[in-house]
Design a protein around this ligand. Sequence first.
Ligand code: FAD
Length: 346
Amino acid sequence: MKVDYIVVGLGLAGLAFVEELIQANKTFLVFEDDSQTSSLVAGGVYNPVVLKKFTAVWKASEQLNLAMLFYEKLEKKLNQKFDEKFVIKRVFKSVEEQKKWSIASDNSLLKQFLNPNIEINKITGVVGNFGFGNVNQTGRIDTLKLVKSYRKLLIDNNLIRFDKFEHQKLNISLENVTYKDIACNNVVFCEGFGIKENPFFNYLPLEEAKGELLIIHAPKLNINFLLKSSLFLIPLGDNNYKVGATFNHSDKTLTPTEKGKSELIEKLKNVINVPYEIIEQSAGIRPTTNDRRPFVGVHNQYPRLAVLNGLGTRGVMVAPSMAKNLYNLLDKGENLDVEIDIKRFN
Ligand SMILES: Cc1cc2nc3c(=O)[nH]c(=O)nc-3n(C[C@H](O)[C@H](O)[C@H](O)COP(=O)(O)OP(=O)(O)OC[C@H]3O[C@@H](n4cnc5c(N)ncnc54)[C@H](O)[C@@H]3O)c2cc1C
């Protein structure tokens, strides 16, 4: 079998790269072994503002615009709804924070996103004495639904194998790369935290940040926005809410823990004051980087091997533009922005 590309991993990164390939009429085969869960459990929030410090996210407008077009196109293609537009309400903890918000909302990079008005009304069930600030152009992608339906599309077209990709079985020559029965021009690794088992790219300083989430049912809570306090609360409908997430930099397992659950329950006391029941708990490892920039580029010795990783806490917004950059490098020889290029680690 001969294809243009092998893509390893079908989370948000792999999916975005495959979309580039389909658009360019390239042939490909995906390998997926269900060893990572980040894209399946993610909150799915897209938000161009750092809500701790009230600063703009790196390349916020550029990435957001591209991402919105990307998900809109996928909704049409798969005939399903993935994107739910929500305002984010940031709970203020003090008068000081209100003042910072007012200043930030006047900043040229943030103006389009931050509503300058401080909302002082109380919201039933929500803890907060200092009001809320509204962030616009935000929402949530149902990443689980998206990845599942995308995988189905690939299954129906014989474009995915549910097998662990065994790196040691790669044969790399100047002309091409072969893997078992397949010959291809390039292999693109989109393995998330699975990169740690990739002998070609495990030198990259990917850091794990395990995150745990709860789904709760809170019949007396009736909010139709994303609530950002010490946690995110994401409405799922029928008074169900996704709540999260924790950050753990030492646990590399995908198992939900009692510790994670207790931490979320404890924090939730300061977020809502209505009864709730826990319906589900999930966990995943965010592929984060210490310079907060993705890992994009090709191996310095084997340029037919490429990587798309390090999407961090904002995979929903970042994946489409990073996939485009990588495709343009591989197919058109366009240079990468030095900030994202893995050459920075050579
Ligand atoms: C709790 C939590 C909450 C989050 N919330 C948000 C949020 O609200 N908004 C947001 O934008 N981001 C969020 N994120 C981050 C987001 O999930 C990630 O940035 C994104 O999912 C990373 O995508 P990825 O494709 O790089 O990695 P992954 O989703 O990990 O995908 C990698 C894929 O590669 C496969 N794989 C790995 N090795 C192999 C191999 N050898 N062979 C075959 N297949 C392999 C894995 O099984 C996996 O499917 C959250 C993450 C977590 C954990």
